[in-house]
Design a protein. Structure first.
Length: 94
């Protein structure tokens, strides 16, 4: 089972993806075609069910016309970041 901090992280990043997509008036299908993935995968990213790789974040930034930092802005004042990073280190070792 995934660590709750990782799940929270994925949900926040996914929320930013959805927020930007809707702001631009795009559908999940529009994004999926641009990234050459299924619209179901876009749904999973937006719901936080799947995390995005660094490359995917980069591709999303290009398509949605934002810097990659846009997706991480919800964490700027989040005091749980060190705890999340520790969770990632544990997750990577398993």
């Amino acid at each position: 089972m995934q660590d709750p901090a990782v799940i929270e992280f994925n949900k926040k990043v996914g929320g930013r993806i959805k927020e930007r997509r809707l702001y631009l008036g795009q559908s999940q299908t529009d994004v999926s075609k641009a990234l050459n993935i299924t619209f179901q995968q876009v749904q999973k990213y937006e719901k936080g069910l799947n995390g995005c790789s660094a490359r995917r974040i980069w591709e999303l930034g290009i398509h949605l016309n934002v810097p990659i930092t846009y997706f991480f802005e919800p964490f700027s004042a989040d005091v749980r970041i060190p705890q999340m990073l520790k969770s990632f280190e544990t997750y990577d070792k398993s």
